[in-house]
Design a protein around this ligand. Structure first.
Ligand SMILES: [Zn+2]
Length: 302
């Protein structure tokens, strides 16, 4: 699948898909009557009624933009030891074969940008090579949020994550971030960082304190790579519903409302990290909240 936004070409790369948690477990602020009303519109791409689970993806996006190849988010990775969230441990997916289907190789990537430093967004930063974690994209600079680095680095200045969040992210910094810092290939960036003519990184705090939203603009069109500001399309109808993994629940809600308002206003394509279906949408105001518009025909070129 590929999308075009102005002059920018955007390739979708799947890593994993599957049933995750029941919506009543996953969303803080969940209301069953509201979900049941919305469920028909979310079934089956985003919700599986037979198992009562939300259906999730891990996926990356490769952009051809401003003469660069930019990879946004890197999933869970293969061979990682993940006692804090076993579903993402010991994976053996054909991610690199799927990556090659874009027509590019890992060596072609100029920049890897991670929205935040959670377990399911940094995994393919590194791969196992003779027992060592080495950069998967050997010619790339890796752009990480400086705020998130300070937060997740066990030796960083803090503030530190909650105990539950630290357990969930066990080993992640050590095997998927630190080897890149050690290799000298990381640029720690602040919100507002201009990556290239068409790309700016905005702060989308709440899910993690330094969570970044990648804002792409080209020829009057735009895309917002919102990662975990929105885990699921039900959050367009119910923007106050968070995931249990949002570190600052109040800030996560404020950010979601702000980003959705901006996406609706700009008629931007929204590209979240974990959506099934078309993996993206536009946003329209509906009542007091929003609704997704999945018909991207005009923008899709195959
Ligand atoms: Zn995530």
């Amino acid at each position: 699948m590929m999308l075009r936004v102005g002059d920018v070409r955007i390739h979708h790369i799947e890593e994993w898909q599957g049933n995750y948690l029941p919506p009543s477990y996953f969303f803080t602020g969940y209301d069953d009557a509201t979900f049941r009303e919305l469920a028909p519109a979310l079934t089956p791409q985003f919700y599986k009624a037979e198992s009562d689970t939300i259906y999730a993806f891990l996926q990356s996006w490769l952009l051809e933009v401003d003469g660069l190849k930019v990879l946004f988010d890197t999933g869970a990775g293969n061979d990682k030891v993940r006692p804090g969230l076993p579903i993402f441990g010991g994976l053996d997916t054909p991610f690199l074969q799927r990556f090659a289907a874009t027509g590019f190789m890992p060596e072609d990537v100029d920049l890897v940008i991670c929205s935040h430093l959670h377990i399911d967004h940094v995994g393919w930063n590194t791969r196992l090579d003779s027992g060592r974690w080495v950069p998967t994209f050997p010619n790339a600079r890796y752009l990480f949020s400086a705020i998130d680095r300070d937060y997740w680095d066990p030796a960083g200045p803090g503030p530190r994550p909650s105990q539950a969040a630290a357990v969930g992210n066990t080993n992640v910094f050590e095997d998927s971030v630190q080897p890149l810092l050690d290799a000298g290939v990381v640029d720690l960036v602040q919100p507002g960082h201009r990556v290239s003519e068409s790309i700016t990184l905005q702060l989308g705090a709440g899910h993690t304190p330094g969570h970044l939203v990648m804002d792409v603009r080209s020829r009057g069109e735009s895309a917002l790579f919102v990662a975990d500001v929105l885990h699921h399309p039900v959050q367009l109808y119910c923007p106050d519903w968070n995931s249990p993994y949002c570190e600052d629940q109040e800030q996560a809600r404020r950010t979601r409302w702000r980003v959705l308002a901006e996406a609706a206003e700009r008629e931007a394509i929204l590209l979240p990290a974990h959506w099934g279906g078309a993996h993206s949408c536009r946003v329209r105001r509906a009542g007091a909240a929003f609704e997704p518009v999945f018909d991207l025909e005009a923008a899709s070129v195959g």
